[in-house]
Ligand binder design. Structure first.
Ligand code: HEM
Length: 476
């Protein structure tokens, strides 16, 4: 067994062990199965249910890596179908406790779990006030490489950084203003990926992710960063520390060198890149542009994962593959590619890359069943809402028709499908990333056939977890 694989398995065992010990401690002095309500009327989970939630929902996400994935643990999670177990655990809690929000009897922290679709929408629509995205856990993790990012900011700083992000990422438009410059880069990198895949006889994760990372550096920082593997290594190292949140010391020197490097690219402002585009966007002392960019580099990772899974989805549904091909062939005249965007969105619905959307209430809030104190953490578990087979007929299958209109017309649905979160703190990069990934898929699929070599997905019941690192495609 390789060292990283061993480390990852030890880590998984460690997280589970720590949770077990923590919850056993909780059980002392409280009845194991005693559930009830808080003084103000919200339901409170029993210690046993809290332990089960920790083991089935929380531990697999932490063990797989919140900020950067650990491939060996993702493979294990796939084998054991852990994400399906997580959804089933959440369903049991809803059946037992009703709509909630469900308070957990944790000694060190006020924590609630959102179980009702309307509550999920309320929490996301009520961000950043009173439900702040800058939760304690997120601060602990992301401050390892971007302490002044919008996601960790509040008040006037948040408003200014959000404005800046929206302007730079052109959040309001499905096609970024710089699309005419970015799309040829996508075509070039797709050709390189295909060439490398043909050379080694298959398309695997290494070829795919290396091609993507190059593309991301070119789009965000400029062609001058195409071969900056050192920058990639720097952010990978800092994200590795961020996986441990407050349990890992902050690598201040490394963080400063990383941010210095980003500043260098922003000063260079290469035409045709986001760095060049954002140079003309007004800023002030609160903006701190070089600390907004790490989130972009980091967040593109989700697209690398989701678009590889999207290829696996298309391989499993030949009629949809045909449609994707037709759309790819016409992309010069119709560049918005709604079907391929929907395919990526489906990969994100089925296997959300941000499974835990976290908020922290900054004021007391009132719910149908009772009051919640200020400074309560709220967990919106995206897979529970995305794959709830008790309510959604499409829970476990590929349903691109779900996304037909809403990305274009802003239709509000009555069920939270939230791969990019929702409300005022919704991902400002979603259109840019959907544009990029749909075009990369189009460039690959137009003239090539990619067949999954080592895996068959059951189209009637897609797996709870899909290990993207292990997928391999034959290219012809
Ligand atoms: C498939 C790819 C992506 C997915 C699934 C995704 C998803 C998300 C989600 C769920 C959030 C909310 C997080 C939270 O509230 O805790 C978020 C926030 C954010 N995303 Fe993305 N994202 C993606 C790509 C990108 C890209 C490529 C960029 C920039 C180029 C970006 C920029 C941001 C920023 C700046 C925020 C913070 C927004 C705020 O706090 O107001 N994302 N993203």
């Amino acid at each position: 067994m390789s060292k990283t694989r061993k480390d990852s398995l030890f880590l998984a065992a460690g997280v589970l062990g720590a949770l077990g010990a923590f919850s056993a401690g909780l059980a002392i002095g409280r009845g194991l199965t005693k559930s009830g309500t808080t003084a103000t009327g919200l339901p409170r989970a029993s210690v046993l249910d809290t332990l089960a939630l920790g083991l089935d929902v929380f531990a697999p996400v932490v063990a797989q890596g919140v900020i950067i994935r650990r491939p060996a643990v993702v493979a294990l999670a796939d084998k054991l179908d852990l994400d399906r177990r997580a959804v089933q655990r959440m369903q049991k809690l809803r059946d037992k406790y009703g709509p909630g929000p469900l308070m957990l009897p944790l000694p060190i922290r006020k924590q609630a779990v959102v179980l009702d679709p309307r509550h999920a929408q309320r929490v996301l629509d009520g961000s950043p006030d009173p439900f702040s995205p800058a939760s304690t856990e997120k601060r602990g993790a992301l401050s390892h490489f971007e302490p002044k990012a919008v996601l960790l900011s509040e008040g006037a700083e948040r408003s200014e950084r959000r404005r800046f992000n929206e302007a730079a990422l052109d959040t309001a438009h499905p096609m970024h203003r710089m699309a005419a410059g970015f799309l040829p880069l996508v075509e070039e990198e797709a050709a390189r990926i295909l060439e490398a895949a043909r050379e080694q006889g298959r398309l695997d994760w290494d070829v795919w992710s290396q091609g993507w990372y190059r593309l991301v550096r070119r789009i965000v920082l400029g062609n001058g960063a195409a071969e900056d593997h050192e920058l990639q290594a720097m952010i990978t190292r800092l994200r590795g520390a961020a996986n441990w949140a407050g349990f890992h010391p902050t690598l201040r020197g490394k963080r400063e060198r990383f941010l210095e490097r980003i500043r260098m690219y922003l000063d260079r402002a290469e035409p045709g890149s986001l760095a060049g585009f954002m140079a003309q966007i007004p800023r002030n002392a609160l903006t701190v542009p070089e600390q907004q960019v790490p989130q972009w580099l980091f967040a593109f990772d989700a697209a690398v994962i989701a678009s590889f899974r999207a290829l696996a989805l298309l391989d499993s549904y030949p009629e949809h593959l045909q449609r994707a091909r037709e759309e790819s062939a016409g992309r010069a005249g119709k560049p918005q590619l709604p079907f391929l965007r929907a395919t990526v969105l489906e990969a994100l619905r089925l296997w959300p890359t941000t499974p835990m959307v976290l908020r922290q209430s900054r004021a007391p809030t009132q719910w149908e069943d009772g009051a919640m104190p200020a400074e309560t953490g709220l967990l919106v578990h995206a897979p529970f809402f995305h794959r709830d087979d008790a309510h959604l007929p499409y829970a476990d299958r590929f349903a691109p028709e779900l996304w037909r209109e809403d990305w274009e017309q802003g239709v509000k649905r009555d069920w939270p499908l939230i791969p990019f979160s929702d409300g005022p703190a919704i991902c400002p990069g979603r259109h840019l990333v959907l544009m990029t990934s749909s075009h990369l898929l189009a460039a690959l699929l137009e003239k090539h056939t990619l067949r999954l070599e080592n895996r068959r997905l059951d189209p009637a019941r897609l797996p709870g977890t899909l290990d993207n690192y292990g997928l391999r495609f034959a290219v012809s």
